[in-house]
Structure formats: structure tokens, C-alpha cells
Design a binder for this molecule. Structure first.
Ligand code: MG
Length: 452
């Protein structure tokens, strides 16, 4: 049973839960997990404490006889792409993704560029907790860390291979890029510039204190960005999370669109643009019912997975599928790489727009309409077992259980569904409700809040 790792690496408050000692110990544990002499690529996002943690991790890795290469500040998808394309044995990303600014985190990546699985994280934890580290002889410590800057260029080239750059350039799109003060603007600006867009920017200064907004792109945190989008009259806006594996879009009417909506459109486009050679897409249980409803109209099938991007990635890798996505804005295009990629999502959205001759608002209006509300409640003192018990007692007779794991519960009734789930990445309980009618949504959300 894992204690340190959540659904996406280790997360904690910087210099408190996640202090240099933990990073050093994790470096030694991760170094022991990889074979002696492995080449490991380390990177980090802009977060405060990133340098401190990366150096402590590096020290631990070196002690275990790892060849450490340092990529510096970059988006997670660039690190993942570079690990696979440059044949590293693995990597470590220092990031807390979308968590609030005071958090940081550590994520272990396998040689295929995908986050390592739960079983491997357990092994790493065992090394950490037992202190059973490989400490190499002093003579094996004769090599320094190698700096490997400029990984963004080859990554951007790969993204551009998957879109019709000529067609996009002809349209001279007006775009707004919201980098959330972290690394997302690096790649999205490079891509927009290569694709001949007129670029407008918000929160694109790299700033470890995140003065612009919280690192999680949500309708609430993007209110100001949406206003700017409307005022500027841009064709499309992209907003990234702290490490840029997510992309949330704001359409030409200034409406913030959730990731399952953009995901459904991009997945549809992936099927069409590839001549319908593969008509399966993958998304977790947390995505809207609009996904199946819309994709089915076009003969596309949807496979559902457990919540967590790694389950989407691994399902795509083992069972195929043209695209995968999450409601939080994670989009996976396996032909580029089999992990979430915010810049790939952005380029692909421009490709879709260029091919359709419609505004982005019109494209989003092609989707069936559902009412959705997602809230989070601080977790302190919440007992999920009691909560799930109370919910099942209230809804057990009228609803069926769609999915349940030890972290969450999804139930569906007549014209609505909900998920109540302990977050795997931050200390909150997440409640999502979707309904065909607004009154049903309000009523269900009110009931669930009372039960919690
Ligand atoms: Mg992220």
C-alpha cells in the first residue's frame, strides 16, 4: 500500500512535507530502482523550491550510480518526449502540476515516456522506507551531471508533424495564450509562432509565485482570461496548468470549455484526419456523457477507464485507440506521444479549426448540452467510507453504481450522474455532478453537499 505516492507522483507543501531530506531519500530510492549506470533525465517546472528539490534528488541519484542529465525548466510533455526519443532509461520531473503554488512534487517516468505504474512506485517506496539503497563505490562517482538544454526544438518539430501547418498559416489565427506563469507558454508560443498566428499573451511571465492565477485552469481561475479573450476577439484561447500537460480552451465567444468537450472534438478530429483507420477513443469515468453521445453519431466508440491519466495512457498503449482525454484538459495523441500534452492539444485544435471553416464557438456548439458542476471540499477530517455509506443509503435504490474504487464512487440515476472522490493529487474531496436539467443538477449537488 503506497503512502507517499498519489495518483500522479508525490505531492506536498514545499519545504514542509516535501523538504530536501525527502527529495534526497527519494533520489536514492529512485536511483536504486533504476539499474546502476542508467541515464536519467531530470526536469522541473517554474515552482518555487524546484531547484532545491532537483538538486537534492540529483545528489541521491548520483549516489546510487545513476548518470544524471539535467534538462532544466520545461513542460512535463517535453521531458517525456525527450526521454523516449533520446532513449534515456527514465526520468524524474519535479512538479506539482495543477496544485496550488505552495506545493511541489516528484514524478517518476519510465523509458517509454509514460509515468511509472503503481507497482514500481511501491518498489521505490520500499527502498525509501527501508533505507535499503544502492550506494556505489567512490570510484564510480567520477562523472558530473550533464546539462542538456534546448530540448524544446525537437519536441515542437514533432508536434508540428501532426498538423497541416500550411493550412493553419493561411488562416492567420488570432490566439490568446495563458501560460499560468509557468512553463506552458514556452512551447505554446513557439508553436503558435511557427503556425503564423497573431499571438496575444496573459500570465506568460515565468514566475514561481504564480501572481496571475492558481496553476489549475478552471472556469473560475480563468475568468479574467476569458474577459481578455472576449475583448481581444481572438479565435481561440489556450490555458495551461503548472506543467503544461493540460490545455483548457476558451472559445471565440469567451466561454471556458471543459476538457471533455475539447477532448471529444479533438478525438473526433483525430478519427476524421486519419481516414477513420482507428475509431476508438479512451476517457475516464469522470468525463461527460456527451462524449459517447457525440462520438456515436460519427461511428466512434468510447472506452472508459479509472480516473487518472496513467490509466488512459496505459489503456491506449495496450489496447490501441486514436486519442485519449480527461475532463480536466489532459489530451493524449498517441501518434505524437502516449501521454497528456497541452501543446499538442493546442496545435491539434488549430488544425481542427483550420479544416472546418467555422468559429471555435460554433465547433463547441456541435456538442450535446449537459449541465455540469465540479466542486472541491478541503479533505481535513473527512472519512470517505462514511460518506460513501451515506450516499449509497440515499441513492442506492434509485441509482446504479457505474464505477467504484477505493478513492471514489460514481452513481447514475434517471437523467443525471455524480462522482464523489478523494483527490489523488491534493487534500480535497471532489464532487462532480452532471444532468440534462439544471434543476436536477442543483438538487443533486445540494443533497451531496449535505451528506458530506
Ligand atoms: Mg499537469
Amino acid at each position: 500500500m503506497k503512502k507517499l505516492f498519489g495518483t500522479n507522483g508525490i505531492r506536498g507543501i514545499t519545504n514542509k512535507e516535501l523538504a530536501p531530506e525527502l527529495a534526497l531519500g527519494m533520489g536514492r530510492a529512485i536511483g536504486t530502482y533504476f539499474k546502476e549506470g542508467s541515464r536519467i533525465l531530470i526536469g522541473r517546472d517554474i515552482r518555487a523550491g524546484g531547484d532545491m528539490l532537483a538538486r537534492a534528488l540529483t545528489s541521491g541519484l548520483l549516489s546510487a550510480g545513476i548518470d544524471v542529465c539535467y534538462a532544466g525548466i520545461l513542460p512535463t510533455p517535453v521531458l517525456q518526449y525527450s526521454i523516449r526519443s533520446n532513449k534515456y532509461d527514465g526520468g524524474v520531473m519535479v512538479t506539482a502540476s495543477h496544485n496550488p503554488p505552495e506545493f511541489n512534487g516528484i514524478k517518476v517516468i519510465d523509458a517509454d515516456g509514460v509515468e511509472t505504474n503503481s507497482a514500481n512506485e511501491e518498489k521505490i517506496e520500499e527502498y525509501y522506507l527501508s533505507g535499503n539503497f544502492r550506494a556505489v563505490d567512490w570510484k564510480r562517482l567520477d562523472r558530473d551531471v550533464m546539462e542538456v538544454p534546448r530540448l524544446t526544438g525537437p519536441y515542437v518539430d514533432s508536434v508540428l508533424k501532426h498538423v497541416d501547418a500550411e493550412k493553419i498559416r493561411e488562416r492567420r489565427f488570432k490566439v490568446l495564450i495563458d501560460g499560468g506563469n509557468s512553463v506552458g507558454s514556452i512551447t505554446s508560443k513557439a508553436i503558435a509562432s511557427s503556425l503564423g498566428c497573431e499571438i496575444h499573451e496573459i500570465n506568460t511571465d515565468l514566475d514561481p509565485l504564480f501572481p496571475g492565477r492558481t496553476p489549475e485552469p478552471t472556469p473560475a481561475s480563468l475568468a479574467k482570461t476569458a474577459e481578455s479573450a472576449k475583448r481581444l476577439g481572438v479565435d481561440i484561447t489556450v490555458a495551461h496548468d503548472g506543467d503544461a500537460d493540460r490545455a483548457i480552451f476558451i472559445d471565440s465567444e469567451g466561454r471556458v470549455q471543459l476538457g471533455d468537450k475539447s477532448g471529444a472534438l479533438l478525438a473526433y478530429w483525430a478519427v476524421i484526419r486519419n481516414g477513420k483507420s482507428d475509431k476508438k477513443v479512451v476517457t475516464p469515468f469522470s468525463s461527460s456523457d456527451l462524449v459517447e453521445e457525440f462520438l456515436k453519431l460519427h461511428g466512434i466508440s468510447t472506452e472508459r477507464t479509472r480516473i487518472g491519466s496513467i490509466f488512459v495512457s496505459r489503456t491506449l498503449m495496450s489496447g490501441g485507440g486514436i486519442a485519449g482525454f480527461e475532463d480536466n484538459g489532459g489530451f493524449i495523441y498517441p501518434r505524437h506521444q502516449c501521454v497528456r500534452d497541452g501543446a499538442m492539444a493546442f496545435a491539434f485544435m488549430l488544425d481542427f479549426l483550420a479544416s472546418q471553416g467555422k468559429s471555435s464557438a460554433e465547433l463547441f456548439d456541435m456538442l450535446p448540452r449537459y449541465f455540469v458542476e465540479k466542486i472541491k471540499i478541503p479533505m481535513d477530517g473527512i472519512n470517505t467510507e462514511n460518506i460513501f455509506g451515506a450516499i449509497t443509503a440515499k441513492y442506492g435504490d434509485t441509482c446504479r453504481v457505474i464505477d467504484t474504487d477505493h478513492d471514489g464512487l460514481k452513481m447514475a440515476g434517471n437523467g443525471f450522474w455524480f462522482i464523489v472522490r478523494k483527490s489523488g493529487t491534493e487534500p480535497v474531496l471532489r464532487i462532480s455532478v452532471e444532468a440534462k436539467e439544471k434543476a436536477v443538477l442543483d438538487d443533486t449537488l445540494e443533497n451531496l453537499k449535505k451528506l458530506v
